[in-house]
Design a protein around this ligand. Structure first.
Ligand code: SF4
Length: 453
């Protein structure tokens, strides 16, 4: 899931600025947002997933000419603190917390809100204020495109018009109506969540963000989306679309500028407290329709005046990719040491790249000074190189040299962290494909030896 908005205010603080936690107040809040705007979840996709962008246009469209002299566009500081107080008598407005100095917050909210009222897509979950219907839409839209959700959403709600209907239905029935959406664990979690909501919350999505985020498959992001849309709670949502818009608006530089905490702080600072649901949906819709991944349509963008990446002509360069560390190459030795019964020596916890798996000893060197306990070292003269194989673990590019040798550990139990296992028993341990590759090298070396190579 995309970085989740956890909100920047406590439940107490939210209650202090208007608690819309009842259906009545939710409807009242919705009414303030204008016709048809009560429940308008936008797409919640990671780039290229749930809500696909419209057909791509070549290049970033030319930006609308600004009506005032262009300020020098600078990347936003990664410091979350607002700018220092303006000197006494200064006309310069203070930056809201989390935003750059002199940011026209009111102008951005106004432009975004007007654009959303004109340009938003007419989608079935935008025609309801039913928390259950919004909840279902949010879960369906996780990692699934709007086009795939549309044919299944209403059929699902017809079959399960409320949480109780889903909770009492057999799981197979729920999964059948989920078919085509994939990620079936979402349907199972939704059904479990529906049962919990019936048992603990009177059949309604809980209004407390912490309680809501504990429901199976919900989490802080989905909780913020549902609570802002349904109950008007001032909780900013940061999904993949919103993260992209923020990265461009403020020219955020990774890693600190694009950290989840920084993105949440910026989204929360932009959030319109009078219409948080509409604002969240507008930001997501902007990312889905205009500020699309490869070729942002800056010429159609309602917030172009505020956008630092657009001003610097680098809109398509953001979000910046994290610098990829150079691969680390090495040639470790892997020791296939067998005792007289053919059992293989394995160890766990020693090799730092895979400390939790049972593997043959991996060392810098195959020589006797391997750090193995003396009784687990290969019989002198038995060690021979069998071949090699390549393997990659994250940025580590490993060229293993496989050495086979004999082991005579003597009687008594092995030191902690070591095992001697026969071939059959190897199937029963959690093991890396490194072991399989090494055994293939051993078999191939044996075949060549028998063939007289
Ligand atoms: Fe262009 Fe996106 Fe900036 Fe809008 S927010 S001006 S679409 S880069």
């Amino acid at each position: 899931m995309a970085p989740a908005a956890e909100g920047g205010t406590s439940g107490k603080a939210r209650a202090g600025r208007g608690d819309h936690s009842s259906p009545k107040t939710a409807r009242a809040a919705a009414g303030r947002s204008g016709p048809g705007s009560r429940s308008e979840p936008g797409s919640r996709s990671e780039p290229g997933s749930r809500s696909g962008p419209p057909p791509r246009r070549p290049g970033c469209e030319p930006a609308a000419a600004p009506h005032r002299p262009k300020p020098v566009a600078r990347p936003v500081s990664t410091d979350d603190r607002p700018g220092p107080p303006a000197p006494s008598g200064s006309q310069e407005p203070l930056a809201p917390p989390g935003l750059p100095r002199a940011f026209d917050l009111a102008g951005l909210r106004r432009s975004l809100s007007g654009w959303y009222a004109r340009a938003r897509r007419d989608l079935p979950w935008r025609r309801t204020s039913d928390p259950w219907a919004i909840w279902v839409s949010e879960i369906m839209l996780q990692q699934t495109r709007v086009e795939a959700v549309l044919p299944r959403y209403e059929a699902f709600l017809r079959a399960f018009p409320d949480p109780a209907a889903l909770a009492r239905a057999p799981e197979e029935t729920a999964l059948a109506l989920w078919s085509g959406l994939g990620y079936y664990s979402r349907a199972r979690n939704l059904r479990r969540g529906a049962g919990i909501v019936g048992e603990r919350y009177g059949g309604r999505f809980p209004a407390d963000p912490v309680e809501a985020a504990r429901l199976p498959g919900v989490g802080p992001y989905t909780a913020a989306a549902v609570l802002s849309i349904v109950y008007g709670q001032p909780l900013a949502v940061v999904d993949g679309n919103v993260a992209r818009v923020l990265s461009r608006l403020f020219r955020l530089e990774p890693p600190h500028g694009t950290s989840p905490a920084r993105l949440r702080a910026l989204a929360q600072a932009l959030l319109d407290p009078d219409r948080p649901g509409d604002h969240n949906q507008a930001m997501m819709e902007l990312g889905a329709l205009v500020c699309v991944p490869r070729t942002p349509r800056c010429g159609d963008c309602p917030v172009a005046e505020s956008c630092l990446a657009r001003r610097s002509g680098e809109a398509a360069e953001y979000p910046r990719r994290r610098p990829v560390p150079a691969p680390e190459e090495s040639e470790p030795s892997l020791l296939l040491l067998r005792d007289d019964r053919g059992r293989l020596l394995l160890e766990r916890g020693r090799w730092p790249l895979l400390p939790h798996l049972w593997l043959p000893p991996v060392r810098e060197t195959a020589a006797a000074e391997t750090g193995l306990p003396p009784r687990l070292r290969p019989v002198p003269g038995s060690l021979a190189e069998l071949g090699g194989f390549s393997h990659a673990i994250t940025r580590h590019r490993l060229r293993f040299r496989v050495h086979g040798g004999l082991l005579r550990p003597g009687p008594g139990s092995l030191p902690a962290g070591f095992l001697l296992l026969g071939v059959d028993a190897l199937e029963g341990i959690g093991r890396s494909s490194i072991l399989d590759k090494a055994l293939r090298v051993e078999r191939e070396a044996g075949r060549k030896r028998r063939a007289g190579f």
